[in-house]
Write a protein that binds this ligand. Structure first.
Ligand code: CU
Length: 163
């Protein structure tokens, strides 16, 4: 179950998105050799989509990333088929309480894996549709700052499942 603090944060999260709807999507363009190489350099493991306890609230997406491509590249955007717009969030301590904050882009590389996990970095996917059902899968698309795109099939979990 989602604890009350987390539920409150999820609500804040939903409220925060109204002013951010102008989020730019990368244009569709043919992949260059470098982008293809960088897609190959990104390994996405343990991806999962966790549905909200209350219908209409954002779903959360977690995964582990390791990256061995061009230095200086960041994770720019994550989209979830069957959900609305997404935001990359992190938690930060502010005046003694943990608050959810925007993480616009996440640096990759340096052989250091990046983990999106409960209580830390996560993707919030707004307005998850009925297409996202616990026990099913969802297509999750990760776009890097150089345009490289990686798509993974992530299992969809119910709110009460292990996150
Ligand atoms: Cu969030």
């Amino acid at each position: 179950m989602m604890n009350p603090t987390r539920a409150a944060l999820a609500l804040l999260c939903a409220a925060a998105l109204t002013c951010l709807s102008a989020c730019a999507q990368p244009a569709d363009a043919p992949a260059t050799k470098e982008q293809e190489a960088d897609s190959a350099a990104l390994t996405v493991s343990n991806a999962r989509v966790v549905l909200p306890p209350v219908a209409g609230n954002p779903a959360a997406v977690y995964f582990d990333l390791s990256y061995s491509g061009t230095p200086g590249v960041t994770l720019q955007d994550v989209s979830v088929e069957g959900a609305g717009m997404t935001m990359i969030h992190d938690y930060a301590e502010e005046a003694g309480t943990m608050r959810m904050v925007m993480a616009d882009s996440v640096p990759l590389g340096g052989d250091a894996p990046v983990s999106f996990a409960p209580g830390g970095l996560h993707v919030m996917a707004m307005e998850p549709s009925d297409a996202l059902q616990a026990g099913g899968t969802a297509k999750v698309t990760l776009t890097l700052s150089n345009g490289a795109v990686t798509v993974v099939e992530a299992p969809v979990r119910a709110a009460g499942d292990e996150r």
